[in-house]
Design a protein around this ligand. Structure first.
Ligand code: G3P
Ligand code: CA
Length: 319
């Protein structure tokens, strides 16, 4: 068993022990010490098998979980290679793949007609020409049809060489990124069922990582799928209670704004059996300090630089 699998097994076993304790607490107690009805006993055994089935399958890490539980430092391209190409577009994702980032992060919203569309802001204006094309400023992604969203230019604000770049759907982005890397999908809006259904249909539930600032969403994803690799996000000043609450969602990774977390919380995350990642780190000295503090993953707008830094570290190995 490799190290990632061992780490995952410890993690999964902790979950199993928790479930076992719960089972003991709620099991029928035979205070009178008389023989139980054999039919009832058989029913209890069958019920216990059913209760424990998910934990048996959870013990085998998925490809995404193996990546997340890797011993090395992971580099995540934030909104693609967003220092080189317009964020959250196919050229940005392609550039992140060329930089060989371990994971490629993106953000999505739902369109008015239920398509999952890749964009960071709720309002269209910063990264598209929606005001020109749709005739009004301050339009919301969630109020537009997919057809209207696909009329927009999402590249010219960044550089003329990206004129004509469209907002990708989540499916288009996954088709590109998963060919050579792993997608870190950040949900900005929408329900967990819609995302899990899409990932099931694409047969990617075990191949991607999902994150959200909304921890109820993360906990809901965990309920829907024990196999999905999950992260909680936070930009608040870190404290022990928050770290424990993040861990209680069932996430594999606790992701924090790098300016709001320190070594004590990173150590607590590790004691809780989780991985600790930070966003958004673009400066090499800061990245080195965070690595010295024990961080496991760096989300960056400059994946090529961070990959170089990561690969040049003493003892670095190919991941
Ligand atoms: O991946 C972490 C980071 O993306 C969270 O912040 O605002 O860039 O989505 P934001
Ligand atoms: Ca994001």
């Amino acid at each position: 068993m490799d190290t990632a699998a061992k780490c995952f097994a410890v993690h999964a076993t902790a979950g199993r022990h928790q479930r076992f304790r719960n089972t003991q607490r709620t099991a029928p107690v035979n205070h009178l010490r008389v023989p139980l009805n054999p039919g009832f006993s058989l029913l209890c055994i069958l019920a216990s098998l059913v209760v424990n089935l998910p934990s048996i399958s959870a013990a085998e890490p998925t490809p995404a979980q193996k990546l997340v539980w890797n011993d090395g430092i992971l580099v995540v391209a934030h909104r693609g290679n967003s220092s080189e190409a317009p964020e959250n577009t196919l050229p940005s994702f392609q550039s992140a793949l060329d930089a060989k980032a371990d994971l490629v992060e993106l953000d999505y919203f739902h369109s008015a007609d239920g398509a999952l569309v890749v964009i960071h802001d709720e309002i269209l204006d910063r990264t598209t020409n929606a005001e020109d094309v749709l005739g009004k400023p301050q339009l919301l992604v969630g109020d537009q049809s997919l057809a209207d969203l696909q009329k927009l230019d999402a590249g010219s604000w960044f550089d003329d060489k990206f004129i004509g770049t469209k907002l990708p759907t989540l499916i288009q982005a996954l088709d590109l990124i998963q060919s050579r890397s792993v997608t870190l999908i950040e949900r900005k809006a929408g329900d967990a069922k819609a995302l899990v259904k899409l990932l099931e249909e694409k047969k990617l539930l075990d191949q991607v990582v999902v994150q959200a600032f909304d921890w109820d969403f993360v906990a809901e994803c965990r309920k829907l799928s024990p196999r999905l690799a999950l992260c909680t996000l936070s930009g608040k000043p870190a404290n022990d209670d928050q770290v424990r609450a993040a861990a209680a969602t069932g996430a594999d990774v606790i992701v924090w704004n790098h300016e709001k977390i320190g070594r004590p919380q990173i150590e607590l995350i590790h004691r809780l059996g989780k991985k600790a990642w930070v966003y958004t780190v673009d400066e090499a000295p800061r990245a080195k300090a965070l690595i010295a503090d024990g961080i496991d993953g760096i989300i960056t707008n400059k994946p090529a630089e961070m990959m170089k830094l990561r690969n040049q570290r003493p003892g670095a190995r190919s991941q």
